[in-house]
Design a binder for this molecule. Structure first.
Ligand SMILES: [Zn+2]
Ligand SMILES: [Zn+2]
Length: 343
């Protein structure tokens, strides 16, 4: 089969590799769509220590074309979305329903072969049924670009109706966070992004106000003015500056949820303010299969508008060049079954 193979820092190429063969508890999927996440860009840049020879891609939608002898409840032809990591199912986070925090996870496209390929073999425990009305590109990105902000806002952030929410970074995660916050009853949503197309997209997604922090002498003061009394902030960028901006936007008792991954070391506000105003800072990682199901249900029932969620669809044969271009506000999706355009 054809696959995009990571070859070392800065290098990814289209290769012909052996077809995967499913073990007893695995299914073989024809990959219909695979979302390109910021994490994939970090992998290709060589920042995450992924071994060369790995096929990236953890946002996958596909159709079952084969299965091992122990798989029950699925049949050939079933359309599925996938939970992005293979979990052990027996550690205490897994048993308590927080499998996103599994102690022995194997992330697809990092610790095992991912979805930037014509086929992928995955344990049946990763599968989530894809409703007929949900397209494969949307099903692919739902598992991360939409379920991750759902987990961050609702499960970790404990968003309540009537709150003011600040979303920092209006990319794939942030744009869906804006919609989800409104759906959950936020009274006001303010989005922060220095990139103009992202701010436009944030307004389309339903932000009540947007802020370009690079245009402000004092971004903290400008944000406090816009988001009077923000009680919940969601940080989707992963730099020290944006985490610190998120904390300073909060009113007393506020919570900052950090989703952006990186090696930054942000600092806390002076302890007198941090303690005295009872601020909280929480990390949030991925989502659970149940949350992906929730997201697919919301999409199927048209409670979420996903018409702007996929910016671009690219055949597998043309996809290697994506990684040398900057990412836009919405997701690019690779379509491994689509023919090249022969431009
Ligand atoms: Zn991702
Ligand atoms: Zn586990």
């Amino acid at each position: 089969m054809r696959a995009l193979v990571y070859q070392g820092p800065g290098k990814i190429s289209l290769e012909t590799i052996e077809d995967p063969s499913p073990t007893d508890d695995e299914v073989l999927l024809r990959v219909d769509a695979a979302g390109v996440c910021g994490t994939d860009r970090h992998i290709v840049a060589g920042e995450l220590g992924v071994p060369p020879g790995t096929v990236p891609g953890h946002e996958i939608a596909g159709t079952i074309i084969g299965m091992g002898s122990d798989v029950e409840g699925w049949k050939s032809g079933d359309r599925v979305a996938c939970f992005g990591q293979v979990t052990c199912g027996t550690c205490s986070p897994c048993v308590s329903g927080a499998s996103n925090r599994c102690r022995q996870p194997a992330v697809l496209g990092m610790a095992r072969q991912g979805g930037f390929a014509e086929q992928v073999a995955l344990p049946a425990s990763c599968l989530i049924r894809l409703p007929d009305d949900v397209s494969s590109p949307v099903g692919a990105i739902a598992s991360d670009a939409i379920a991750t902000p759902l987990h961050a806002l609702m499960t970790v952030g404990q968003l309540r109706p009537g709150e003011t929410v600040v979303v920092i970074g209006a990319g794939g995660l942030g744009l869906h966070a804006i919609q989800l916050a409104r759906l959950a009853g936020a009274a006001c949503v303010v989005a922060v992004d220095p990139f103009e197309p992202a701010r436009k997209a944030a307004l389309i997604a339903g932000a009540d106000a947007v802020l370009d922090p690079s245009l402000e002498d004092d971004a903290v003061r400008a944000l406090r003015r816009l988001a009077r009394g923000a009680s919940l902030a969601l940080e989707c960028v992963g730099t020290a500056e944006t985490v610190e901006l998120g904390m300073s936007a909060l009113s007393p008792g506020g919570r900052l949820v950090v989703v952006g991954v990186g090696s930054a070391r942000p600092s806390l506000p002076p302890l007198a303010r941090f303690i005295g105003t009872e601020l909280s800072v929480c990390g949030s990682f991925g989502s659970t299969p149940a949350e992906i199901e929730t997201v697919l249900n919301l999409i199927e029932r048209r409670r979420l508008d996903v018409s702007h969620s996929v910016q671009r669809e690219v055949p597998l044969g043309e996809a290697a060049s994506i990684f040398s271009e900057p990412g836009g506000p919405a997701r690019t999706v690779i379509l491994p079954q689509s023919q090249e355009s022969h431009r």
